[in-house]
Design a protein around this ligand. Structure first.
Ligand code: DGL
Length: 274
């Protein structure tokens, strides 16, 4: 049993979409979230820069006394997971990609055509494709995997433009031709910002099965905590949200995703001395 908080981080607000799943399934756990809103988006930055940011945030969370680090960001999961695990071998580090790929393959059948929409950095890393191909060949399922970078989505979501024509047009710009050409029947939201536009995608492309990396990483956290015997034994309900730029859109997003009234919200600014 372990009452220390779980540390989550993302380049911005997207990773907050993992938190409701955690609070619902494990209300006794405390959460510390860090959103690097001053430096978002990460998806168009170089692997070296993303790894530097990752280590800086890892240090911050470890100094907060977390029992586990959750990379609530596919971009960092594809590029920074190993550097963080190497630096903190005694702290479990959970990323988004393997848990999401495992869930997709669990449900898949041969002939499925799986698309991954993600940031440019995630797409270039090829980690999703590798994991999906590895797990599908282990499961003896013959699926077709492809991916599409959607670099303009994260800035629009950080601006809170989900319910606008601009968002729909941007999604169509990236997805219309891609979905038709690749005959996609299953789409992975390979960025933790994208659940915030899942309703737009469902409306624009009804009938396509969606997987959310935010939900799957939360499920993996519960499994890892159980495996390492790190679950808390008291109802603590303490959630602290740090941002490197404490904008109104960060606060609004937390309240929108978690609900203002039911949560004990503690929102703070944290400068990482950039
Ligand atoms: N939420 C991050 C992800 O899952 C967005 C990365 C970015 O800042 O571009 O990839």
């Amino acid at each position: 049993m372990d009452r220390r908080p779980i540390g989550f981080f993302d380049s911005g607000v997207g990773g907050i979409t993992c938190i409701p799943h955690i609070i619902r399934s494990m209300p006794e756990e405390s959460v510390i979230f860090f959103g690097d809103t001053a430096r978002t988006p990460y998806g168009s930055k170089s692997p070296h820069t993303i790894q530097q940011f990752t280590l800086q945030i890892g240090d911050f969370l470890v100094n907060q006394g977390v029992k586990m680090i959750v990379i609530a960001c596919n971009t960092v999961s594809s590029i920074g997971l190993e550097v963080l695990r190497n630096k903190y071998p005694d702290i479990p580090v959970v990323g988004c990609i393997a848990p999401t790929a495992r869930e997709v393959i669990k449900d898949a059948k041969s002939g499925d055509r799986v698309g991954i929409m993600a940031t440019r950095a995630t797409v270039l890393s090829g980690v999703y494709v590798n994991k999906l191909e590895k797990f599908s060949s282990e499961a003896g399922k013959d699926i077709k995997v492809s991916q599409v970078p959607c670099p303009a989505l994260v800035p629009l979501i950080e601006e809170g433009l989900q319910s606008t024509d601009i968002m729909d047009l941007t999604l169509q710009h990236y997805l219309d031709e891609y979905i038709e050409r690749e005959e996609i029947d299953t789409l992975v939201l390979g960025c933790t910002h994208y659940p915030l536009v899942a309703e737009n995608i469902k409306r624009l492309y009804p009938g396509i099965k969606l997987y959310s990396s935010s939900k799957e990483v939360a499920t993996a956290v519960e499994m890892e905590l159980n495996k390492a015997d790190l679950r808390s034994d008291v109802h603590q309900h303490s959630n602290t949200f740090y941002a490197s730029d404490l904008s109104d859109s960060f606060k609004n997003m937390i309240e929108r995703v978690l609900g203002k009234d039911e949560m004990d919200l503690d929102i703070r600014f944290k400068n990482l001395d950039i």
